[in-house]
Design a protein around this ligand. Structure first.
Ligand code: FES
Length: 108
């Protein structure tokens, strides 16, 4: 399988309480999240509506809340955890190299 690893952001720029939004030309934006020393990358746009998950709070249990209707997703698995979110968000494989977060944008 083809992998496309892309350097997204410095680890220092990712806060624990909010995701960091990564805009991409011609592709949906991504969200980079942090739980302690671990980083996670998901699609930024909620699957319930057009909300940016980077505008929602990240809870210590690893869920991010959508700013529109308060549904949540697990940032580790992409699984919907709270109504009205029911469709998982896409997640990406992550590597941290020399203080930067990379993601494999070819893989779900
Ligand atoms: Fe995200 Fe409705 S748009 S919960």
């Amino acid at each position: 399988e083809k992998e496309i690893w892309v350097k997204l952001i410095s680890c220092d720029e990712v806060e624990e309480d909010f995701g960091a939004k990564i805009e991409r030309n011609g592709a949906p934006p991504l969200a980079v999240f942090r739980l302690g020393a671990e980083f996670f990358v998901t699609d930024d746009t909620c699957t319930h509506g057009e909300a940016s998950l980077c505008d929602g709070e990240v809870f210590p249990n690893g869920e991010v809340s959508c700013p529109y209707h308060g549904g949540t997703f697990d940032i580790r698995s992409g699984a919907p955890c709270k109504y009205p979110c029911s469709v998982p968000i896409k997640i990406y494989k992550v590597r941290v190299i020399d203080g930067f977060v990379w993601a494999d944008l070819e893989q779900a």
